[in-house]
Structures are given as structure tokens and as C-alpha cells.
Design a protein around this ligand. Sequence first.
Ligand SMILES: [Zn+2]
Ligand SMILES: [Zn+2]
Length: 347
Amino acid sequence: MTNIGFCSQIRGLRDTICGCCSKIIPCLSDPETRSSWGLKASLVMLHLLYVGVLFIFDKDLIQKTVNQPWYTAAYLFVLLATLAQYFITAGTSPGYVLDAMRVVNESHAAFRKTSDSKQSASSGDGSLTISVEGDQVGRTYSGSFSTPWTKMVMDMYPPGSSVRTWTCSHCNIVQPPRSKHCHDCDKCVLKFDHHCVWLGTCIGQDNHFRFWWYIFEENILCFWTVILYISYLRSDTLRAWWIDAIMILLLATLFMCTIFIFLLLIFHNYLILTNQTTFELVRKRRIPYLRGIPAKVFPFSKGICRNVREFCCTWGKHNMESVPPLEDLEERARPYTCSDVLCCRCC
Ligand SMILES: [Zn+2]
Ligand SMILES: [Zn+2]
């Protein structure tokens, strides 16, 4: 009975706090927005905790700050840059299929002129660009093309593909290759990689580059912080046992996070070099156009150099890729010869 009363008091207190917050900041009245901002605040607090504890207990670091202020300034700059990159990535659209479709349909007249392998269309104010790569235009498909978008998208799929197969049942729009409907965002995302719970958004065509920069900066910050913790624990200064216990606990958790983030960076580097997405790698067998392709062939890869260049240069441009013909993929599966190595076939 006492427990029930205590729980209801806690619940009442929580509702009062939420009510006050909602009055001050009206957008917090939405539970989803509240949880998203709660997550962001927790992540910032976590960063401040690990860095703050160092500055509270490590007298050597404080002394170093006095003697070499540039060292601490550089460290704090990395911290601020990482947090800024986190918020920028979280606030960037991953590239929604709906937005791309709107641009294509609005630029119908300009788009119809092109029937070559390379087609392009841009929004009226030039703020958004759509580009399509491939050489599979002018083929026949089952289904009718009610909009320019439908025709353009179906040209990217192998012959015989059905419009119905690629129509999202939630958004009711035809998805280009490499897109997927995200049930958390309730939207179809171009070149869907994954839905990141820490950022509260999808990682897709338009924000994967920023996501890479975020995990890269987070790696530098984590490694630097681990080094500071280790140098503190290795120093000979006299200190209470409980301070050491706190520092060892924080170092152990930080070390695990650092290993995870480092592996995440390695994994995304691999995806970028081979032009794959996490979704394609994990669900290869469930994606119809990826079934039956030769093993160890990366269907969308254009060589390491071009993959990296496109990853760095095409973000924010709604770049869409056609599914390569099976003959091309079989040709790529051919073993490497000496002349292939000399000609840099992999690049
Ligand atoms: Zn959808
Ligand atoms: Zn999502």
C-alpha cells in the first residue's frame, strides 16, 4: 500500500515537471519530441560527466591547463565540435523519397527531355538536385506509370519489375532502389542505412556523410579522454581510494564505448569503400534485386576511389542509383588477373 502511494506520488511529480516544461517550451508537450530531446540531453550530460570528473579530480590536468592552455583548449574544442556535429547530424534530413518525388514531379517538363543514360532534374530555386545513374531506360515493365516519378524509378529496376512490388504500402509511393520505409520515422528514406536511436533519426543518402564525421570526431574525443584517464591513474599523486574507484569505473565504461565506436567507424569505412549500406549488408537475402548476384560482388560499387568521391560529394543531392544488369555483375565476379591489378580494376 505504501509502495503504491509512493509510486503515484512519483508519477504525479513527473507529470507536474512535464507540465511545467511543456508550458515553458510548448513543443515538449509532444511525447516523441520530449523523448528525443531527453535522449539528446542525456548524451550531452554523459559527455560532460566524463570530461567534468577529469577536471574536478585531476590536479595535473588543471596545472597543465595553466602552463599549456592550448592543450586544454584543443581538447575542449574537440568536445564542442563533437557535440555540434551530433546536433547537426540529428537535425539533418536523411533524404526522404517523398521530397525527391515532389522535385521530380514538379520538374516534369525538364525531366522528360532527357532519355539518355544520365538524367537530371532540379527544383525551381535550385536548392535541391536529383541525379540518376544507370543505363536502363526505355524498357518494359508490368504496371502503368501514373507519374513521371514512377516512370523514372521503374527505369532503375531490372526488366519485368512490377510497380506494385516497389510501392510502399505506408507512404503509397514508388521507392527507388536502395530505399526503405522507416517505421520509426514513418517515411521512406533514400539509400537507407539504419535508424539511429542515439540521433533519433534515420541515416540515409543525405546525412550519412555527416554521420561519418560525427563518429570520427567521437572516436578522437573518446581516445583522447581514455589517455587522460590512464595518465591520471598512473600519476603518483596522493588521493582517496574512492576517487580511484570512481575513475576506474568511468574508465572501464569509457573504454567499452571507445571500442564500440571504433568498430563502428571501421564498419562504416568498409561500407563506404564498397558502396553498401548496413541494411543491404544485413538483409541482402530479403531484397529482391540483390538475390542471385554473384558472391563477393558489391552491386553498387564503382571502384574504391569513385565510391569515396561520390560519398563525399553527392550527399544532399538525392543521388539515386539504378540496379546494375546481371551481366555486368557476372563480369565483375571474374577473378583478378595480373593485367587487372596493373590497370587498378578495383579502383
Ligand atoms: Zn514508406
Ligand atoms: Zn528512421
